[in-house]
Design a protein around this ligand. Structure first.
Ligand code: NDP
Length: 240
């Protein structure tokens, strides 16, 4: 069945692939972004998908933004919490700001987006929440204490909320991508990239579309028995 789906950070990288794949699967999609107007305009021009700008780190902005999307498209049944940032530094050099920004966006952002949508999903007895966590939330990563903690938090959030949603037809799942060929990863020097690839059994980086495919599966009406799961999509790099 066609649903209204909202993808945070849905205009670039993995999120853009998710937005497109959900549209191709027949859903009516809204893609949000944080500040890059140029990328968002280009994305809408290419895909015809409506974009909305607000920060997931701001609870009130999320509640207002969600109300705007629902006024335009109808009740949101599928939420993909994909927006995320990195502020890497070894712990002894990590500032409180670096810690806080990552927690606010990558962990509180998931709360801020899910909480205003929850009552409507409970009432309608249907919902699909898909949280994009990370391999580094599963295994930890040098220089990413903030990011690994937030992404691990997303997995805990998923497991706890799945239990609350189950009786209401709401599933809550996490996807943990490994290294995906987005701008961020392609900007890494080739030598470093090659050394990363040498640790991936499949022998290559993942494609954003490979994460999108997993999202489309979890978003479907007939995926109702899959909840509280952590889906690992990492080319075999880390076997959780
Ligand atoms: P990108 O940096 O390419 O895109 C991030 C998206 O999130 C952009 O649309 C950006 O908006 C948006 N965004 C960032 N901060 C905010 C905010 N405060 N409010 C609203 N939107 C915001 O990221 P990727 O595609 O690489 O990553 C997507 C997700 O996948 C992230 O959660 C990331 O942690 C996770 N991930 C990525 C991996 C990878 O290899 N790339 C591996 C594992 C996990 P704008 O365009 O306005 O900046």
């Amino acid at each position: 069945m066609a649903r209204v789906a909202l993808v945070t950070g849905g205009t670039r990288g993995i999120g853009a692939a998710i937005s497109k794949a959900l549209k191709e699967a027949g859903h009516n999609v809204a893609a949000t972004y944080g500040g890059n107007d140029e990328a968002a305009a280009k994305f809408t021009e290419e895909t015809g998908i409506a974009t909305y700008k607000w920060s997931v780190a701001d609870y009130d902005a999320c509640a207002e933004g969600i109300a705007r999307v629902e006024a335009d498209l109808g009740p949101i049944d599928v939420l993909v919490n994909n927006a995320g940032i990195t502020r890497d530094a070894p712990f002894h050099k990590m500032t409180r700001e670096q810690w806080q920004e990552v927690m606010d966006t990558n962990l509180s952002g998931v709360f801020n987006m899910t909480h205003p949508l929850w009552p409507g999903m409970r009432e309608r007895k249907f919902g699909r929440i898909i949280n994009i966590s990370s391999i580094n939330g599963q295994k930890g990563q040098f220089g990413q204490v903030n990011y690994s903690a937030a992404k691990a938090g997303d997995i805990g959030f998923t497991k706890a909320l799945a239990q609350e949603g189950a009786r209401y037809g709401i599933t809550v799942n996490a996807i943990c991508p490994g290294y995906i060929a987005t701008e961020m990863v392609m900007a890494v020097p080739e030598k470093v990239r090659d050394s990363i690839i040498s640790t991936i059994p499949v022998g290559r980086l993942g494609e954003p579309e490979e994460i999108a495919r997993a999202v489309v599966f979890l978003a479907a009406d007939d995926a109702g028995f899959v909840t509280g799961s952590t889906m690992t999509v990492n080319g075999g790099q880390y076997l959780a």
